[in-house]
Write a protein that binds this ligand. Structure first.
Ligand code: ADP
Ligand code: MG
Length: 378
């Protein structure tokens, strides 16, 4: 495509002679106009590569005109034709509008063509440079992302290693703390017995935490056997277990079994997922609040478990950190429940989706693939 060059001068003699001369000497598409307004009107359809404009024109003055061109076509090569008397003010104006060159009337045709040509060449170079630059920037962004990802993965792996080491150590010692149960059952002094009771309760909490950490640190490597099973039964088992949970006891759990879908599951793991989700829902709800647990079949045939609460919900910054192990907003939270649940669901080939509105509540939807689509081997 040959360059498009606008020539704008109120003097038809100038536009005629210039467009004829440039047409003969170059392969450019030369468009003559006798005022700026008309030239501007043509530009949306035929964008200019270069614009040569007279300085003093009735109606729209040359610098105003070129300023407008600059705004819409920042890359166009702008040139000003000036009479000798206007030279000073033209030079001053050049810097303001960002004009490539000014050419004095009467012009030397060869010189004029060279100047336009140089402008066009420079423009092409600038464009190329900008392309290269944006490619470079894109690569850089990519690299930064990859680096962040790597750092994150490495950190997670390190956290996992440390956590699993600690969990084993603590677990071993905790078994000894279990003697508190024996003490409680044997002492007669009721005060000592009540102290022992406190220790027993603490030991149970810690043991549960240790189990959770071990589970987290287990990683995706360790497999477990899944077999066709009743998903609703796993959910019922979870709500049964939760009857004894302090937080859940103080809320109402509505279990609704719309269907009894079959999935290829590890029943204990799915139970654990539901326990985690319902406990989170209860903890986010005010005492007396309600948590809905709905078991259904989804369109593609697999199982769907929905856990809904009308509790605190989560602000965006909490949602953004949900994947992070040990991220919790609770005083006694482990920050592992959701991560473990998500992994179990992943291992089942399913999905865990969270929708939350601050102040209104949260819905967690677990979908498991239909039996036909489930790989039995993890
Ligand atoms: P934990 O319950 O030990 O804090 P989780 O991994 O189960 O760890 O949850 C992480 C965080 O996600 C919670 O501390 C809480 O801020 C938020 N969260 C999870 N479920 C809900 C929910 N149903 N409503 C509001 N916030 C939730
Ligand atoms: Mg939790």
């Amino acid at each position: 495509m040959p360059p498009v060059v606008y020539v704008v001068d109120d003097d038809t003699l100038v536009t005629d002679s210039l467009s004829r001369a440039l047409g003969l000497e170059t392969d450019w598409t030369v468009l003559p106009f006798n005022d700026g307004v008309q030239a501007l009107a043509a530009m949306p359809r035929t964008p200019p590569d270069a614009v040569l404009s007279d300085f003093k024109m009735p109606g729209m003055d040359g610098l105003v005109f070129l300023g407008r061109v600059r705004a819409d076509h920042p890359d166009a090569v702008l040139m000003l034709l000036t009479g000798y008397a206007d030279k000073e003010s033209a030079i001053r104006a050049i810097n303001e509008v960002g004009i490539w060159q000014y050419v004095e009337k009467p012009w030397d045709l060869g010189d004029l063509i060279v100047k336009i040509q140089q402008g066009l060449e420079r423009r092409a170079l600038v464009g190329e440079l900008r392309d290269k630059n944006s490619t470079l920037q894109a690569r850089l962004d990519e690299l930064e992302r990859a680096h962040d990802e790597l750092v994150r993965a490495e950190r997670l792996a390190a956290v996992g290693r440390v956590a699993s080491g600690l969990a084993h150590e603590i677990g071993n010692q905790l078994a000894l703390v279990g003697y508190a149960e024996a003490i409680r059952d044997r002492v007669v002094d009721p005060e000592v017995a009540s102290f022992a009771d406190v220790i027993v309760a603490a030991q149970r909490r810690l043991a549960a935490l240790v189990d959770e950490i071990k589970d987290f640190a287990r990683g995706a490597a360790a497999g477990y056997v899944r077999e066709p099973g009743d998903v609703a039964a796993a959910v019922e088992e979870a709500t049964g277990i939760l009857r004894f949970d302090g937080d859940v006891k103080a809320r109402r759990v509505n279990l609704e079994l719309k269907k009894r879908p079959i999935g290829v599951i590890h029943r204990g793991k799915i139970t654990q997922v539901v326990v985690n989700l319902v406990r989170n829902a209860a903890q986010a709800s005010p005492p007396g609040g309600e948590v809905d647990v709905i078991v259904d079949e989804h369109e593609e045939g697999g199982a769907m478990i929905r856990v809904l609460d009308r509790g605190a919900g989560m602000p965006a910054d909490v949602v953004a950190r949900l994947g992070e192990p040990f991220f919790t907003t609770k005083e006694r939270g482990s920050g592992l429940g959701l991560g473990i649940s998500r992994r179990v669901v992943d291992e089942h080939g399913g999905r865990l989706e969270i929708r939350s509105t601050p102040g209104q509540g949260t819905e967690v939807v677990v979908t498991l693939p239909p039996i036909a689509a489930s790989k039995i081997e993890p």
